[in-house]
Ligand binder design. Structure first.
Ligand code: FAD
Length: 346
């Protein structure tokens, strides 16, 4: 690529500047940063030095984006600038335009690190952006031990691997949000908000092949599985969708999110968005209760960071008991009704 020919692509306010630092690719919802973006900021703070500042990249369109940018600029003391790409092209989280945007911003900003959350948004964008920038990304980082040394799970989370990045800048990472919980600093408002700069997109070409069709989300009164403080999970042992309602009732009483194993999802008891594990959601609630879950490594990979794990299984040798803080050997068809009876109405 030819950086000099792209000087005009950014607004004059930032065209003359050169930032050495970290860029966080952030998401926003309802005019605020999402929790996963706050976790990305938390991770990016590890790279902060006197000369290494933290910039945030937000994209979308219209007043809600500008509101999110203004909130982001003052929400976290570590943010030194917010870059905003305001265009209909970013109305939906399509990976191609986003990757091109990251490429564009990197050509001007020359960041040493680019960080995104290891969720469907970050996992979609970052590898494409890395390919455009000709670097190899490091994914699902759970620990930053030195400036370019990272820990990430391998073998479905059964082992942790320490990797050192030896490629050229930028060093691009996706981070596991549950490993970088949002600290108290995130809620401190700044007295002086960071500057917000608009990215000039006048020459941003629309040469991508994917097309946004629609997004389907389930409306639920329950907390979001990814960020709930309590998760109640059911496994294959529930035997039917009808029986799985016991898990839902328990979750309602405890104000919890519902999770499921892949076996329960594959059997059609619940939709697959409730799957916890290697190929499902990664959760780390304060309390994780597993009913009739064997504890296969692919399931453990998605919940092992939970603070307190409670397991109910009729097999005393079930592997779930190896990670459980509290284990109860018994039949869930007796234990859940008893719990429902004894817990007070919400
Ligand atoms: P089972 O393994 O059948 O366990 C049922 C358990 O319920 C048993 O321990 C049994 O003792 C107990 N039980 C039975 N009846 C009762 C009762 N009445 N009361 C109490 N306990 C009872 N799995 C996931 O969960 N998430 C993933 O993301 C995931 N990804 C995968 C990716 C790959 C590539 C592969 C190969 C597999 C993946 N799996 C995943 C599947 C995983 O290997 C297991 O098959 C699955 O987790 C088992 O689900 P389960 O514990 O509900 O069922």
């Amino acid at each position: 690529f030819r950086p000099t020919s792209l000087t005009h692509l950014l607004a004059p306010s930032i065209a003359s500047r050169r930032y050495l630092g970290t860029l966080v690719i952030a998401e926003h919802e309802g005019g605020s940063l999402t929790n996963s973006s706050l976790s990305s900021i938390e991770a990016a703070r590890k790279f902060l030095t006197k000369d290494n500042s933290l910039s945030l990249l937000l994209a979308g369109s219209g007043p809600i984006l500008q509101e999110a940018a203004a909130n982001a600029a003052s929400c976290h003391p570590s943010i030194s600038q917010v870059l905003v790409a305001d265009s209909d092209k970013f109305k939906n989280p399509l990976a191609e335009p986003w990757a091109k945007l990251v490429h564009l911003v990197q050509q001007k900003g020359e960041y040493s690190y680019i960080v995104a959350a290891s969720n469907s948004f970050g996992k979609n964008i970052l590898p494409r952006a890395a390919a455009l920038l000709d670097v190899s990304p490091i994914t699902d980082v759970v620990e930053i031990s030195e400036s370019k040394t990272f820990v990430r799970p391998i073998y479905a989370g059964n082992a942790l691997c320490t990797v050192r990045y030896t490629g050229s800048d930028p060093c691009m990472l996706t981070i596991r949000t549950t490993s970088f919980p949002v600290g108290s600093t995130s809620s401190d408002s700044k007295t002086n908000p960071a500057p917000v700069h608009q990215v000039d997109l006048s020459n941003f070409s629309e040469d991508w092949s994917s097309r946004y069709v629609k997004q389907t989300t389930q409306d639920s009164e329950r907390p979001d599985l990814g960020s709930a403080r309590v998760v109640i999970t059911g496994g294959r042992a529930l035997k039917s969708a009808e029986n799985f309602k016991m898990i839902e009732k328990l979750a309602e009483k405890l104000g919890a999110a519902v999770g499921a194993t892949r076996a329960a999802v594959d059997a059609g008891y619940v939709p697959n968005e409730l799957q916890v594990g290697q190929t499902g959601k990664i959760v780390a609630p304060e309390l994780y209760m597993a009913f009739g879950v064997s504890g296969a490594i692919q399931h453990i990979a998605g919940m092992r960071d939970s603070k307190v794990i409670v397991a109910v299984n009729k097999d005393a040798d079930a592997p779930i008991f190896q990670v459980a803080d509290y284990g109860l050997v018994g039949d869930l068809f007796e234990i859940i009704p008893e719990l429902l009876e004894k817990l007070p109405e919400k």
